[in-house]
Design a protein around this ligand. Structure first.
Ligand SMILES: Cc1cc2nc3c(=O)[nH]c(=O)nc-3n(C[C@H](O)[C@H](O)[C@H](O)COP(=O)(O)O)c2cc1C
Length: 358
């Protein structure tokens, strides 16, 4: 028997799903088509709108609803808005200049805050209150109590990412319904509330056990879970569900480009690196030309998220134009070599079969 801190049925009922599987929201990689395929297969399909404005996010929800009548999960980023520093940004541009020059391009003249945080995006809040997805989750922290209350009153189930017991306590004190325990193995952006604070870098195993013991909410484990054996393992640790990101990156419905897919299939997938040089916040990426460049960079030299991402995306675009695909934000977790290229619905079906025999 699994040792539970909260009934898993309760979480699954609240999310409106029948398998303990959440496809991670992956801004820029997952798609409404992927989310619909996942939800139609009985798991929770998710839409990442952290890099999207409210108009496009509304279109994404509509695209999901054209394909599925089941639950949908929308994820927003709640980072502290970026602090601009002209001097730091100018130094960062100079640091990257030789790379741009190598690809026959010029770096941007200035860097912009390319995405708005949900903490100050009223249009996104209105969109969510009107569209009422079944589930909304917060990454990088929390919005104000008023925003949380408005979403709760609309009947939306709320999830939040935590990388530590302290962050999980903040989530529960704010009334979040279930906590996503994101271990250090996880691909993509680490959900730390403050990227400049000390980080204990807890792995999924220890973090899940700590939160199951100390937090009176269902726990959803995330990080390094790639198959039914991994999902069954975190259920045995007391999690009520598992959120998988990297496992879905190679799926047919993903937006991952040719270079990203090729890297995932190659020996490169055996090496992942946590870096903040690509976007301005720590994120786990396949080892590539960009992470190699980032190796000697001090955190204080990198512009705030998402200002640094403006430069990162420009460098990737310049490199890609010159035929070099190794400067992409190829986010992936430590289980990357276990990813499978197939339709997302078939992946969910395979995961369900694997859980049953694990
Ligand atoms: C390509 C990619 C993009 C991601 N984007 C988001 C995002 O937009 N919002 C979010 O909350 N988490 C995001 N994550 C993190 C996932 O929610 C989750 O923590 C992670 O995928 C779990 O680890 P795994 O990749 O080993 O499964 C992303 C992960 C990946 C791999």
């Amino acid at each position: 028997m699994y040792e539970m801190n909260a009934s898993p049925m309760n979480l699954l009922e609240r999310l409106g799903i029948d398998a303990p599987i959440l496809q991670a929201p992956m801004a820029g990689v997952s798609t409404p088509e992927m989310a619909a395929a996942v939800s139609n297969a009985g798991a929770l399909g998710s839409i990442g709108v952290g890099s999207t404005n409210a108009t496009d996010a509304r279109r994404m929800v509509a695209a999901f609803r054209q394909r599925s009548v089941r639950s949908v999960h929308v994820n927003v980023f709640c980072h502290a808005p970026a602090r601009a520093s002209e001097a730091r940004e100018a130094r960062w541009i100079e640091r990257l200049r030789p790379e741009f020059v190598r690809f026959g391009a010029a770096p941007p003249l200035a860097l912009r805050e390319i995405y708005r945080s949900f903490v100050e995006d009223d249009d996104m809040l209105s969109m969510l209150l009107e569209e009422r997805p079944r589930v909304v989750s917060f990454h990088f922290g929390l919005p104000s109590a008023e925003r949380i209350e408005a979403l709760r009153k609309a009947g939306i189930v709320l999830l939040g990412s935590a990388t530590s017991v302290a962050e999980a306590r903040t989530l529960t004190a704010a009334g979040i319904d279930a906590v996503i325990a994101q271990g250090y193995e996880a691909g993509g952006h680490r959900g730390v509330f403050d990227p400049d604070a000390d980080d204990d870098r807890l792995g999924t195993f220890a973090l899940t056990r700590l939160l199951v013991r100390e937090i009176d909410r269902p726990i959803i484990a995330a990080g390094g879970i790639m198959d039914g054996a991994g999902i069954a393992a975190v259920l045995r640790l007391g999690a009520s569900g598992a959120q998988l990101g990297t496992a879905f990156v190679a799926c047919d419905e993903s937006q991952a480009d040719r270079g990203y897919r090729a890297a995932l299939k190659s020996d490169a997938a055996y090496h992942t690196v946590m870096t903040r040089a690509i976007s301005g916040r720590p994120a786990r990426c396949l080892a590539n030309r960009f992470t190699a460049l980032a190796a000697g960079v001090e955190a204080r030299d990198v512009p705030d998220y998402p200002i640094a991402y403006d430069a990162g995306k420009a460098l990737h675009a310049a490199a890609r134009t010159a035929g070099e695909l190794g400067f992409g934000a190829q986010w992936a977790g430590q289980g990357a070599p276990l990813s499978r290229a197939m339709p997302a619905g078939e992946l969910v079906a395979a995961l369900r079969r694997e859980i049953a025999v694990a």
